[in-house]
Design a protein around this ligand. Structure first.
Ligand code: FES
Length: 275
C-alpha cells in the first residue's frame, strides 16, 4: 500500500488533479476496466472509492487519479512517495462489459476522463473503433490526452472557455457525431448533468448508452445507502450493482436531487475544518 509514484496532472485555483501509483499486487493482478478500490488514508478517516485507472503486473501496482475536492481527497493528495495508505480493498464493482460492439463513442468530462482511459484501452483491444470526446472547464484541467490519443481512433477535445481544443461542450461534439454517422455504443463518465444530457441526446438517436455512476458512492460497501439509484424502476446501489448502468433506464431527476444533499454537506464540512 506504499505510494510508488505521485504526479499532479492538473491544477486550477488550488484544485489539483493528482495521480498516485500505489503498490497493491493482488489488486493489480485481478483488476478489470470499470472496477474500483475503496481506500482509507488514515485509521480514523472515512473510506472513499476510486476507479482503478491503470495497473502494472511488473510493478505490482495500480494507478489512481482523483480531484482534491473534498476532505479525504485532500488528505490523500497530501501523501508523498514512500508514504503508505492505511487500507485498500478491491477490485470492487462489476467490470465493464467488454466485447466487440463496432463503433463506440467514449465521453469523458472533467476528472471522469480518468475513468474513460481503462475502458478505452479495453474496447480498443477488443477490436472496436473508438472515438473519444474529452471535455474540461479549461486547459489546465485536461488529463490523459496523450494516453487517450494512443488508445482512440479519433480524439476530440473541448474546453468550456476555449483555452484548448474546440470551445464548447462534449455533448455538442456528441450530437454532431451522431448526426453524421451510426454508432453502436456510447459510454460516458463525468459530472451528473453531463451524463444526463448524454443520455437525453443518445435516446433521440436510439443508441445504447452506458454511464458510470461511481461519483455517487460514499463508502462503497453497500451499507450506507448513499449511492442508491433507481434504474428501470428498481432500486439499485451503484457500488454493488454498478457502477455502470444503462443510461436510458436511470431516474435522473431523483439522482440529481439526492446528489445535491451530499454536495452541500461536503462543502459545509470543508468550511468547518479550514480556516
Ligand atoms: Fe454506500 Fe453504495 S456507497 S451503499
Amino acid at each position: 500500500m506504499k505510494i510508488l509514484n505521485k504526479k499532479v496532472l492538473g491544477e486550477v485555483q488550488g484544485i489539483k488533479i493528482t495521480m498516485l501509483e500505489v503498490a497493491a499486487p493482488d489488486i493489480a493482478r485481478k483488476a478489470k476496466a470499470g472496477q474500483f478500490v475503496a481506500l482509507m488514508v488514515k485509521e480514523t478517516g472515512e473510506r472513499i472509492p476510486l476507479t482503478i485507472v491503470d495497473r502494472s503486473d511488473k510493478n505490482g501496482s495500480i494507478t489512481l487519479i482523483f480531484q482534491e475536492a473534498g476532505l479525504t481527497t485532500r488528505l490523500l493528495g497530501s501523501l508523498n512517495i514512500g508514504d503508505s495508505l492505511y487500507a485498500i480493498v478491491g477490485p470492487l464493482g462489476h467490470a465493464t462489459e467488454i466485447k466487440k460492439y463496432g463503433r463506440i463513442i467514449l465521453v469523458g468530462g472533467g476528472v471522469g476522463i480518468a475513468e474513460i482511459y481503462p475502458v478505452a484501452k479495453a474496447f480498443k483491444k477488443a477490436g472496436n473503433n473508438v472515438t473519444t470526446i474529452l471535455g474540461t472547464r479549461t486547459k489546465d484541467l485536461l488529463i490523459l490526452e496523450k494516453e487517450l490519443k494512443e488508445t482512440s481512433d479519433i480524439l476530440h477535445v473541448v474546453t468550456d472557455d476555449g483555452s484548448y481544443g474546440k470551445k464548447g461542450f462534449t455533448t455538442d461534439v456528441l450530437t454532431d457525431l451522431l448526426k453524421k454517422d451510426r454508432y453502436d455504443l456510447v459510454y460516458a463518465v463525468g459530472p451528473i448533468p453531463m451524463m444526463r444530457r448524454v443520455s437525453d441526446i443518445t435516446k433521440g438517436f436510439g443508441v445504447k448508452t452506458v454511464v458510470s455512476l461511481n461519483a455517487l458512492m460514499v463508502d462503497a460497501t453497500g451499507m450506507c445507502g448513499c449511492c442508491r439509484v433507481t434504474v428501470g424502476g428498481a432500486v439499485k446501489f451503484s457500488c454493488v450493482d454498478g457502477p455502470e448502468f444503462d443510461a436510458g433506464d436511470v431516474d435522473w431527476d431523483e439522482l440529481v436531487k439526492r446528489n445535491r444533499i451530499y454536495e452541500d454537506k461536503e462543502k459545509h464540512i470543508c468550511k468547518l475544518i479550514q480556516p
